[in-house]
Design a protein around this ligand. Structure first.
Ligand SMILES: NC(=O)c1ccc[n+]([C@@H]2O[C@H](COP(=O)([O-])OP(=O)(O)OC[C@H]3O[C@@H](n4cnc5c(N)ncnc54)[C@H](O)[C@@H]3O)[C@@H](O)[C@H]2O)c1
Length: 326
């Protein structure tokens, strides 16, 4: 069994990953500053004696080096996340997402860490015009005068750094580009669309759809995503490579809103909001975001397949339970 560090382990994806690693018998150290993560996300595993929770920031070099001590595997998920948060605070995005990753890679080499997973994002593709996006495609980031591109750009630099550490020091790096991961524990405060729609529908509306709702996305359940991540880390041929990790089943945002309203049994109305009201005057969105997941499937023999209907049912049930608990 390995000792794993999960940065951002109290977050949405990180807490599900932490639970899976503990179920598999590993020791897990979580480093999280609880900025967008929640302490109670780890309630189900808090008493596990193979779990160590450290509250601290990846921007604090001492906290980072203490957390890496004696670790075999690193899952680096801590980041400034969410289109809204990132558009509102690009300085925080850049400071959180770039230097600490470099520091962590250096500590991993010094500490003889065997495996390093970098959580990247579909945002690195920018405004890619293609029907579906392949890992080695060119990146189409927007101008530096528009803060929204700082997120994708910061993660692209992380990818360059991680792959460079793999080439130079043979660190066992794998990069995963997540595409719209959803599920229980995701919160809507930072612009995440599914929890925002579910919360609005359960409150009775209105459900706010930005622009005309024709934007296309693919939603994957977090349970399937963390299985893919762990399986990639156990597959030697995944080292030094980049993988799209997500569902390849597209849906428009308007259809998503309609499905959420129908599945919650709500009377909520849909209201269309222009981007300049939802974000800022110069906000740009991505019209279509669909991954090609052939590389993932060929490498680990699986890809996320849960239908949107089942995913929404799980999220709605979780949301009702949390509302019920108060
Ligand atoms: N959810 C998605 O659809 C999605 C899509 C693409 C990429 N990602 C990536 O996956 C990772 C996890 O995202 P998530 O959706 O679980 O979001 P999240 O906000 O729930 O998780 C991020 C975690 O990092 C922690 N964190 C932030 N800054 C920190 C700091 N300075 N020091 C220590 N901890 C810090 C937060 O408290 C939080 O627990 C991120 O790297 C994100 O970029 C997520």
């Amino acid at each position: 069994m390995s000792k794993c560090l999960v940065t951002g382990g109290a977050g949405f994806i990180g807490s599900h990953l932490t639970e899976l690693l503990l179920r598999q018998g590993h020791h897990v150290v979580v480093l999280d500053n609880l900025s967008t993560g929640r302490d109670h996300n780890l309630d189900a595993v808090r008493s596990n004696n193979r779990l160590e929770i450290r509250q601290g920031s990846i921007t604090d070099p001492l906290a980072l080096s203490e957390a890496v001590h004696g670790v075999d595997m690193i899952f680096h998920l801590a980041a400034a996340v969410g289109v809204k948060l990132v558009a509102d605070d690009p300085v925080r995005t850049i400071e959180t997402n770039i230097f600490p990753t470099e520091q962590l890679l250096r500590l991993a080499v010094q500490g003889n860490v065997k495996k390093f997973f970098l959580a990247s994002t579909s945002e690195v593709y920018g405004k890619h015009p293609g029907e579906s996006w392949v890992e080695d495609d060119d990146l189409h980031l927007g101008p530096t005068s528009r803060p929204r591109w700082a997120y994708g750009c910061s993660k692209a630099i992380d990818e360059f750094l991680a792959l460079a550490y793999h080439r130079k020091y043979q660190l066992g790096v794998t990069v995963g580009r997540f595409f719209n991961v959803v599920g229980p524990r995701q919160v809507g405060n930072y612009g995440m669309v599914v929890p925002r729609f579910v919360e609005a529908a359960l409150r009775g509306g209105p459900v706010l759809v930005y622009d005309d709702g024709s934007q296309v996305r693919c939603f994957a359940h977090v349970g399937e995503i963390v299985q893919c991540v762990v399986q990639l880390m156990n597959t030697p041929s995944a080292e030094g490579r980049v993988f799209n990790i997500g569902s390849d089943q597209p849906v428009s945002i308007l259809s998503l809103a309609q499905q959420v309203i129908s599945k919650t049994g709500s009377n909520a109305e849909i209201e269309f909001v222009p981007y300049n009201k939802a974000y800022s005057e110069d906000f740009e969105d991505v019209q279509r975001r669909v991954p090609n997941v052939d590389r993932l499937y060929q490498t680990i023999g699986r890809k996320p397949v849960m239908p949107l209907d089942s995913i929404l049912a799980d999220i709605i049930q979780w949301k009702k339970e949390t509302l019920h608990k108060g």
